[in-house]
Design a protein around this ligand. Sequence first.
Ligand SMILES: [Zn+2]
Length: 306
Amino acid sequence: MQLVRQKEECARRRKNQARALVAALSVAAIASGCASGGGSAKPAHGQEPLNAPPARALDSYAQKLAATQVARTMAAKRWGLAKTPLPAPPPPAVKPRITTRKGFEVKGQANLPPVFTTIPTKEKVVFLTIDDGAEKDPALLRMMSELRLPYTAFLSDYLVNEDYTYFKKMQDRGVTLNNHTLNHRYMPGLSYEGQRREICGMQDVIKKHYGKRPELFRPPYGNYNRDTLRAAKSCGIKAVPLWASEAFADHMEWREWDRDLHPGDIILTHFRGREDWKGTMPDMVRKVMKTVTDKGYAVARLEDYL
Ligand SMILES: [Zn+2]
């Protein structure tokens, strides 16, 4: 009985804490929403326009944001994250124009899908992408959903075909499944036709099992030539995102000389387990999120920017 009463007390206290957090976050969100209004001329007393409907809309948006952040805070504690992941800003109203990174072009690039490592944005957001498909850890699906962390998968059929249902569950949780070829070959070593078979073949596999042909393609190891991009385009690919940094279970690796994150950076990681690196998928998420959050970044949905 004593234990039951204690439990009830704890539950009540937790509920109150959550309510206080919602209130605090609502106020913060509304305040920042109002601050961005930026009108300079102040109307005379009694002449302020009544903005009731937009204010109410803002209020409900702020409440939704606050509720998400409360859920995230609790999930972050449950999953042992050092800090609560930061909330991402709303998706851009106008999608940025994506161009190929300087030095990454092939001949005739203007008519081919762009190759890039960072999305042009001023927002402090980064994007998580997970490749291949070897490790199929159910904990990852739960963890990312509970933390409300978006990510994008790039799948290779020789690994995914061990269990298509795992990635169906991922798709059902809002993750976009993209093309990483049938057999994970070094693409420049294949003929144009060979590359087409690898890319178009994976388009067919994803369409068959998941109902949709991907628009994004990532070449294995990040290696490609002009034929790769021509083949990808002919298979219906619109863009070729590479990565600016790579997350492991116990460390980060950086492409840029400053060994840092930048607004819009795409982070690569892999579906791997203890046999491939020093930890589990949840260990990798804890590690990468510590870096991302400590540096003041939020994780946003790649598809919202493409
Ligand atoms: Zn790969």
